[in-house]
Design a protein around this ligand. Sequence first.
Ligand code: ZN
Ligand code: ZN
Length: 467
Amino acid sequence: MSKTTLTFYSGLRTIGGTIISLEYGNSRVLFDFGFVYSPASNIFDGQVQQRPSAFIRDYLKLGMLHKIDGIYHKEALLHEPSLLSAQEDQRETAVLISHLHLDHMGAMGAIDASIPVYMTSDSLRLYGALETVGEGVSSSRSYQSCEYNQAFFVGDIKITPLIVDHDVLGACAYHLETPDGAIVYTGDLRMHGAHPDRIESFIKSAKAKGFDAVIMEGTTLSGDEEPTSEELMASPLLPSDLVTEKMIPIKMGEILKDTKGIGIFNIYHRNMDRIQGIIEAARISNRKVVLEISTAEITSKLLAQVDFFIYESEDLRQAKANNSLPEWQVKLLDTLPTVSYKDINEHPNEFFVQNSYQHSLELFDLHVKDGIYLHSNGVPLGSFDPAFENLEKILQNIGLERMEIGTGGHAIPQHLKYIVDELDPAILIPLHSFHPERLKSKHGIQLLPSYGVTYILTGGKMTEEVK
Ligand SMILES: [Zn+2]
Ligand SMILES: [Zn+2]
C-alpha cells in the first residue's frame, strides 16, 4: 500500500539550503534546491577554480550537493556508485522552486534535464533576464513554469502554488496534496513588503484548501532578539521602528534632497519592488537614475519602466567602440540613453547612480565629494561576509559616507507567530532558522525533524518510519 512520506535533506537549522522530499507511491516532489547561505565558510574563495565539467561530482564531494537518489545524471555519479541516477530511478520526480534566491535555487542546475524543475512564471521571466546578463546557474537545461492558484500534478501529488510576498519577484508557497493528506510549504515570506495583502490572501487560500502540516521559515529567530526564553507574541502590526519596503523611497528621497553631492545606491537587482523604489526616490529628489547595464536589462524586461539611464563605464565605452559588446547589450543600448562618469561629474547632485560591490572601482571615476552611498540590501550584506571589510576600505579610500537604508525579506518574529496562529496547523515544522524551536503552533504540535529520518503522514499525524 502506498504511503505519504517526508524526508529532510538540508536547511533545518541553517539559513536556506532547504531541501525536502514528499513522496507518495511512485511520485515524488523535492522542494527548493539551493545552497546554504554562509559567505564566511564558502570553499570557493575566488582562488580555488571550479571545474564546470565536474561540477556535480565536485559539489557532491564537498557536501554542497546532497546524496539524493534519482536526480543526477549517471555520468556525474562516477564517485557515488551507491547513488541511483535519474536514468535508473523509476519514480516520477519533479523539483519545485519557491523563489529565485540562491539559497533556494542556486543548485538547480545540477538536476538532470529529464526531471522537470518548476517555478512560477514570474520567477521564470526573472530567471530568463538573469541568464541573459550572465547570472543564471550553471546548466544547459530548461525550466518549467507554473501559475499561482493553478493546480498541477506530479504523478499522484497535486501541487498548487500560492503567491506570497518576499524581496524577490515571483515568490510563492506550495500547497501539496496526496490521498493521505496535505502540507503547506511557505518558502520565504514577509509582512512588511510592498504587498502585505498577499500574505493575507495566502493564509486564506491555504486554509480554504486545508492541510495537516505547515513547513515554515523562521529566519528572524536568530537568537539575537529579545529574551529567547519568552513565548513569541503574535501581532500583524508594523512596529514603529520597522522599515517597510514602502517607506524606502520616501526615506531615500529625503536624504537625497539633503545631499549636496552624488547619490550612490547598492541594491540586489532581483527585488523589483526595490528598483521601483529607487526610481521613486529619484523622482522625489529630482535626480536622474543611472543603472548598471545588467540591472537596466532586468528592469526593462520586468518593469517595463524606462525612466532611467545606463551607466557608461570606460569598459563599456571601449567595448562599444570595438564592437565587442554582447548582443543583448547592443540591443539595449539602441533603446535606452546612456550617461558617462564625465557627464555625471559635471552635476553630481543631479544623479542617483547604481554601484554594486563587484563594480566598486567605478567609484574612483566619480566625484563623490559631499555625496552619499546608500547601502540598500546589496551584497555584501553585513560584517559576517568577509567582503564587507573590503567595501569599507574602498569607501574610506575615497571618503564616501555609507548609510544603510533597506529592509529584510523575512517576516519579523511577531509576524511569523501571527501567520502560524492564523494557519493554526495540527503539525508545525519550523526550519530555515537558527532557532526554529521558538516557533510553535497555537493548538497543534511542533515537529523538529532530524536528517536521515523518514516521516509518514497518515490520519493527520506524522510518525517516524521504523526501519
Ligand atoms: Zn531563504
Ligand atoms: Zn529568500
